[in-house]
Design a protein around this ligand. Structure first.
Ligand code: MN
Length: 234
């Protein structure tokens, strides 16, 4: 192929226990998928029923595989962390039936949905898109992908994040409003999903503001030793 300049490299994430890597196509995220986080964001109490899931995206090259040093982003005074279970798809499709949705999953990882909360808040007020609040450079540190063969389909267990050793988020996968199969089936009604797609499934309560020098350590205990992620802001 005769490109006018060299194409960007394929974004990929390590696979736990393997030399092979998972090639990333798209990165989707679910908003407000834990009631306690929705409440701390000021959303109306949904105890009487679930609000339909809604989705946003990050560019694939916003991923920071393995975590490590992450640059504090420009144009924000309120960077916040969100620790999430990430679903990695090995198969896709459109209008995926609920009962076949989990067959599409290759594996799972822990990820951080870093958020410019000030920009997101202003976007909400004005009805503007969330992209600059969510989809900025290095906004998505992610741990290795653990194949389903190793971890099964986790439905419960701690999902936590510490800032400089202090526990900030301490949720449980069992409290997700829309479960993984429901998220996949629902998202596939809006877009055709494909192998290589990642879905960040939302965060529990406890998000907080972080700054340069802070160390974020998070985990999804159901993923065992590979369900750990560390990022240091500089
Ligand atoms: Mn999130």
């Amino acid at each position: 192929m005769n490109y006018v300049f060299p194409p960007a490299p394929q974004v990929s994430v390590p696979v736990a226990g393997s030399d092979a890597r998972f090639p990333v196509r798209r990165v989707y995220c679910v908003g407000r998928n834990y009631a306690d986080h929705a409440a701390e964001m000021g959303a109306h109490d949904q105890a009487s029923g679930r609000e339909p899931p809604f989705f946003f995206s990050k560019p694939a090259d916003a991923l920071v595989p393995g975590g490590g040093d992450v640059a504090y982003p420009p144009a924000t005074g309120n960077l916040q962390h969100e620790v999430e279970l990430v679903v990695a798809l090995g198969q896709g499709g459109a209008d995926i039936p609920l009962e076949r949705a989990l067959d599409c999953v290759f594996g799972y990882a822990v990820g951080f949905d870093l958020t410019r909360r000030d920009l997101q808040g202003r976007a909400k007020e004005k009805g503007h898109p969330w992209d600059m609040g969510k989809g900025f450079d290095q906004s998505a540190p992610i741990g290795p992908i653990v194949p389903v063969a190793q971890c099964g389909h986790p439905v419960q267990g701690a999902l936590w994040l510490r800032v400089n050793g202090a526990l900030r988020q301490n949720g449980d996968l069992a409290r997700m409003s829309w479960k993984v199969a429901e998220v996949i089936a629902n998202l596939s009604r809006f877009v055709a999903l494909a192998p290589g797609d990642l879905i960040f499934t939302g965060t529990p309560a406890g998000v907080s503001t972080v700054g340069r020098g802070d160390v974020l350590e998070g985990g999804v205990d159901a993923l065992g030793e590979f369900g750990r992620l560390r990022a240091r802001l500089y």
